[in-house]
Design a protein around this ligand. Structure first.
Ligand code: ZN
Length: 156
């Protein structure tokens, strides 16, 4: 299979997701060595999970398949340019490439506008629309100190 075939697979997952009324019009797959190792579709509304975007679902399935929290040497094909949350998940998963079909501006035209989140990320914390405030009890950094000194931790 070639790039275009993998992208067609992601797009058909997205289309099927709408036809079956499963969720939003988004699909994604993770490919390693020419094989599909993870499939994801948007399941936000069906599972009551705002993080159930196609890319996140595909990353979860692929990582489980590999028994790894990294997608080393993997490629993600997604029917639409990833949102800020999925971009974050993608950076944590560290695949080697991401390919997308529809753009974020095309998604915005049908009501999936994530421009607001990009703008929020650029604002200082105190100017964001959702209140975010630091609270520091004594020993607030105890988990970090324990992590730094742990001899059994798994770095990632
Ligand atoms: Zn997303």
């Amino acid at each position: 299979m070639q790039e275009i075939d993998f992208m067609n697979r992601a797009i058909s997952i997205a289309h099927e997701n709408v036809v079956t009324n499963n969720g939003g019009p988004f699909g994604a797959i993770v490919v390693k060595d020419g094989k599909v190792i993870g499939v994801g579709r948007n399941e936000v509304t069906r599972t009551y999970d705002p993080t159930a975007h196609a890319e996140v679902q595909a990353i979860r399935e692929a990582c489980k398949f590999l028994g790894s929290f990294q997608l080393t040497d993997c490629e993600i094909y997604t029917s639409c340019e990833p949102c800020p949350m999925c971009i974050g998940a993608i950076y944590w998963a560290r695949p080697k490439a991401v390919y997308y079909a529809c753009t974020k501006s095309e998604a915005a035209k049908i009501g999936f506008d994530d421009q607001f989140i990009y703008e929020q990320l650029d604002l200082p914390i105190e100017k964001r629309s959702i209140k975010m405030k630091q609270i520091c009890p004594t020993n607030y950094d105890h988990p970090f100190e324990t992590w730094k000194n742990s001899t059994s931790r798994v770095d990632y």
